[in-house]
Design a protein. Structure first.
Lengths: 232, 749
């Protein structure tokens, strides 16, 4: 498997994603400069966390116009795997590749902590190596992570089994207390209709190494690196 | 050009005799631009004119020190071909006037100091001091300052992509009109790739990179060299505005440009901006620099040479490149969307020559601006202290008062959880943080070198106000002790000396004594000071802050696994108090209790002296601690400091497992001294029963006391003294007020 990690001006978690995919996952990975429009040779594209273009105007609002985003749209429409983490999720939403919006946290400041996620679906290339309702301990670090969508969109996401992860208590309950940022229905990550594009606010690459206290995030990377079709 | 009048000289913060010195050295009167240039370089902030004499007494070299004071940051060898660059610097004055931007640009400045040496910043910590959040008169302002400062640090560090992994935050009335914001940063690089702020090779181009120059921050260094009065808020235009995104681009572009080999010297433009970077680079290289201001990228029109030279606009660097390779460099900066403009060249005449459109507007020998700046050995009297030596007679508290005292301490601003602060910081980015905020020391792994670095910041203004020398010794000792709890060997230190007006002998005496104490302790623990910063004139309306020397120590661990934490992990583990019940000279005396958090928070009085410390014993405790970690004999280790043993016990219980403990003490000392006295040289361990004898044996080999003081216990905290119950409480009941206190105090507007 060949991973590509997009580097925008202001990407901060690009090194972390490269390290996790190569050292922890053991696949090959290279950076993709934001001006590149050529994604040939890549099996997975990672939009990493950070503050692309300083997050000026609104997180992800400027990055969506980058040349690389045109290529990612084509890549995604052709069935290529795309994962947007944190700022990457914000960019995917701004680009219209995923529905809804990510608004400022109710506290209006960044929150960095390890949260618990419940795996809502295993019917995706990102989660097929997990069990349904499996609890994952994965860190968040964002100021604009409050998932919002209109009622119709939320219903569609639920009906099409496209909510990938929800914020839950350590016991697995999706309570308001377990929701760090006021996201509607405790949503932490969603899939596109084709199920080959995932956006999630938590950082799986930060939970991919025993030295970081949790390796739950590695399960997501491992899912991506193994054949989803063959697993069905 | 206007003539220089005595009023003008005074407005620039120069004395009449300093002005005479300028005229004598120049051989003529300076013009206004030159006066501005000289005045910022001769300001206390840039010249260290009151402290230089004394700073020489600090130890600065050691087996691992590659670069000591005088460069942008100190550098130590961490093995495996790698080095760490680190430094702490104050941004106190700007943070008082405009808390958010003041703190943000403080972080920005220290980050540039690190990457200008070629190192990629991988960790930030902050030492913060604020006035009391619930002060009846100044509470609103104190909260506003604390919220703004934390927000500013978060804004800059998060966007830049460096983890803010720890620090300390203390609230005292003396910081009400003068908060302290000391930012520490550490970076990593191959040790043969160090870059210096030096200009060499006549004819080589001097290149300006980064943000454009505006009118912001003019005279920032001079502002930081004066006391505040009622009109200080009018100095807001002197505070710079930071853009962390731009700094992130500057970092990547600079590191990439350094790879080409075309960069010969580089220095950031911090305090005193273009002035400081040009004359310092010239001076270090033994050469001169000539620039033309017409070529300096400008954000505003109509800026005078005076304004351009003194601007402290952020996110700018000056570099000297190999002649003929300018194109290579500007291509890299263009890739990152940044300006890289040749504004001048290196000369051989030792002068800083400033032209504007070809015409010379300033010509000053570099040496006049750097080494030849004034040097004062100011008179030092007896250190000023506000608290009495003898306090009230303190009767032994009732058992109920002991429990309530513990509750009050845990919910007090200095001791309560700092979660409200550190959760605003991304402390995990770069996936190196193996122990983040909330522990005794912060620890990051260095993937390339295969080692971990532990670091901590410590300073206790209250102790120093009672005895500056002992207070400084205690700070260094505590910092090194914090490192020892994770098994780290201290290898180097940096300091930030925050004091009042040095022209007052009783303040100068505090500074002198603190440096003496710090030097003694740093020699003792073999932690040379590789750099740092002095911040004087921390006074508002004639009221000085507590003397606050802050030290940051960096230590090394020879592996990358998760370090020992402070939290109890299982019940039924033995508690060992490494170091003993109340070690150190005289720590059972009432005078020593007057400096404790219990005296401050519960008795609401401060008196007496800081705890006494025996540095030899302290060193043995730390050596024993490191050996215990190496042999894997303990499950948790937590240094005993603010609030004493009872607070340490409670904090050790506040982990994810929520395991409490039964503390069983046997002593003829009074219960409040045992529980809340702050004697140093102590670390509370939880040890599996099978390993207790090994721990005790090991401690005795180091001549260190290691009494068994109880055992861990699910969910409750109970304390017994000489087989009598003092109190019992649940972990949850203690945890909630500790966990929420800061958010209650600062979370609302």
């Amino acid at each position: 498997m060949k991973f590509g990690v997009v580097v925008f001006p202001g990407s901060n978690c690009d090194h972390d994603a490269l390290y996790a995919t190569t050292k922890n996952l053991g696949e090959s990975a290279t950076p993709i400069w934001h001006e590149s429009e050529d994604l040939s040779g890549f099996d997975v594209v990672v939009l990493p966390g950070g503050f692309s273009y300083g997050d000026y105007l609104r997180a992800g609002a400027i990055a969506r116009f980058s040349p690389v985003m045109k290529a990612i749209r084509r890549f995604g429409c052709g069935g290529g795997l795309v994962i947007g983490i944190c700022n990457g999720f914000q960019i995917l939403v701004e680009a219209g590749l995923l529905p809804g919006a990510l608004m400022r946290n109710p506290r209006l400041s960044l929150i960095c902590r390890t949260v618990y996620l419940r795996t809502e679906t295993v019917e995706s290339p990102f989660t097929h190596r997990l069990e349904r309702r499996r609890i994952l301990a994965i860190p968040i670090a964002h100021g604009e992570g409050r998932y919002y969508a209109d009622e119709g969109t939320l219903e569609t996401l639920e009906q099409q089994d496209r909510v990938a992860f929800r914020y839950v208590t350590p016991e697995g309950e999706a309570t308001p207390e377990a929701n760090p940022n006021g996201s509607l229905r405790n949503i932490a990550g969603i899939l596109n209709e084709g199920r080959n594009i995932l956006g999630m606010m938590p950082h799986p690459e930060r939970a991919a190494d025993p030295a970081m206290g949790s390796t739950d995030g590695l399960l997501i990377l491992q899912s991506m690196a193994s054949d989803f079709a063959a697993s069905r | 050009m206007s003539a220089v009048t005595s009023d003008l000289v005074a407005q620039h913060g120069l004395t009449a005799s300093e002005y005479e010195r300028i005229v004598e050295r120049l051989g003529r009167e300076p013009n206004l631009t030159e006066l501005g240039i000289i005045s910022v370089m001769w300001s206390e902030h840039c010249s260290y004119k009151s402290s230089r004499v004394h700073l020489k007494k600090l130890p600065t070299s050691g087996p691992r020190v590659l670069v000591g004071p005088g460069e942008n940051a100190g550098i130590v060898d961490i093995g495996g071909g790698y080095a760490a660059a680190f430094k702490i610097e104050s941004h106190n004055h700007p943070s008082f006037i405009e808390p958010f931007q003041g703190a943000a640009t403080g972080v920005g400045g220290i980050l540039r100091d690190i990457f200008t040496m070629g190192a990629r910043p991988v960790a930030v910590m902050d030492s913060l001091r604020f006035g009391l959040p619930d002060d009846p008169r100044d509470g609103v302002r104190n909260r506003h300052i604390a919220q703004g400062v934390v927000g500013g640090i978060a804004h800059y560090g998060n966007c830049f992509g460096v983890p803010t992994i720890g620090g300390e935050c203390i609230f005292e009335p003396s910081y009400s009109g003068n908060p302290l914001v000391n930012a520490f940063a550490l970076g990593i690089f191959p040790k043969d790739k160090i870059f210096y702020g030096t200009a060499s090779g006549v004819g080589n181009p001097v290149i300006y990179v980064g943000a454009k120059t505006g009118r912001d921050g003019i005279h920032g260094a001079s502002m930081a060299s004066a006391e505040f009065d009622e009109e200080s808020e009018e100095k807001r235009p002197n505070v710079q505005v930071g853009d962390p995104f731009l700094e992130k681009l500057l970092l990547e572009a600079c590191l990439e440009a350094m790879q080409t080999g075309a960069v010969l010297g580089i220095q950031d433009m911090g305090a005193a901006g273009l002035t400081c970077s040009t004359c310092e680079m010239g001076d270090r290289g033994g050469s001169g620099i000539e620039i033309d201001l017409r070529r300096v990228p400008q954000r505003e029109s109509g800026m005078s040479p005076y304004e351009i030279m003194l601007s402290e606009s952020q996110e700018r660097m000056l570099l000297v490149a190999e002649k003929g390779r300018e194109e290579e460099i500007s291509r890299i900066f263009a890739k990152w969307g940044l300006d890289a403009v040749r504004i001048g060249a290196v000369t051989g005449d030792g002068l800083l020559r400033v032209r504007n459109n070809g015409q010379v507007v300033g010509e000053i020998p570099n040496s006049l601006l750097t080494n030849d700046s004034p040097l004062y050995d100011r008179p030092a009297g007896k250190p000023w202290r506000s608290a009495p030596l003898d306090g009230p007679g303190v009767a032994e508290p009732s058992t109920r008062e002991l429990r309530e005292g513990l509750e009050a301490l845990l919910a007090s601003p200095d001791i309560c959880s700092k979660r409200w602060i550190y959760e605003q910081y991304d402390y995990m980015v770069r996936t190196n943080t193996t122990q983040g905020p909330g522990g005794d020391a912060a620890v990051i792994r260095i993937k390339d070198a295969g080692v971990s670095l532990a670091m901590a910041l410590d300073g206790n203004g209250r102790y120093c106000s009672l005895d500056p020398k002992e207070g400084a010794r205690l700070a260094v000792a505590e910092c090194c002790r914090n490192l020892s709890t994770v098994g780290a060997e201290p290898i180097g230190a940096t300091n930030c000396l925050n004091f009042g007006n040095p022209e007052k002998p009783e303040i100068m005496a505090q500074l002198v004594a603190a440096i003496e104490g710090m030097g003694e302790a740093c020699r003792h623990f073999q932690t040379p000071i590789t750099g740092g910063n002095v911040s004087l004139y921390n006074e508002t309306l004639g009221q000085s802050i507590y003397p606050t020397p802050v030290v940051g120590v960096v230590g090394i661990v020879d592996h990358m696994t998760v370090p020992l934490g402070i939290h109890f992990r299982r019940s039924g583990r033995s508690l060992v108090l490494l170091g003993g019940l109340l070690p150190g000279p005289d720590n059972r005396a009432p005078r020593r209790f007057g400096s404790s958090q219990y005296a401050k928070v519960v008795l609401r009085q401060v008196w007496g002296l800081p705890p006494g410390i025996d540095l030899d014993y302290e060193k043995s405790v730390q050596a024993a601690m490191r050996e215990i970690v190496r042999q894997g004999l303990a499950e948790s280790a937590h240094d005993v400091s603010d609030g004493g043993l009872a607070v340490t016990l409670a904090e050790s219980s506040f982990g994810p497992a929520g395991i409490g403990a039964r503390l069983e003490l046997h002593s003829d000392a009074a219960s409040h001294y045992l529980l809340f006295g702050e004697a140093p040289s102590r670390i509370l361990l939880s040890v599996p029963p099978d390993d207790v004898s090994a721990v005790v044996e090991l401690a005795s080999r180091f001549n260190v006391e290691a009494p068994l003081v109880g055992e861990t216990d699910a969910e409750t905290i109970s304390v017994r003294l000489n087989d009598a119950d003092l109190f019992t409480t649940s972990v949850d009941q203690m945890y909630e007020p500790w966990d929420n206190a800061l958010e209650r105090m600062l979370g609302q507007q």
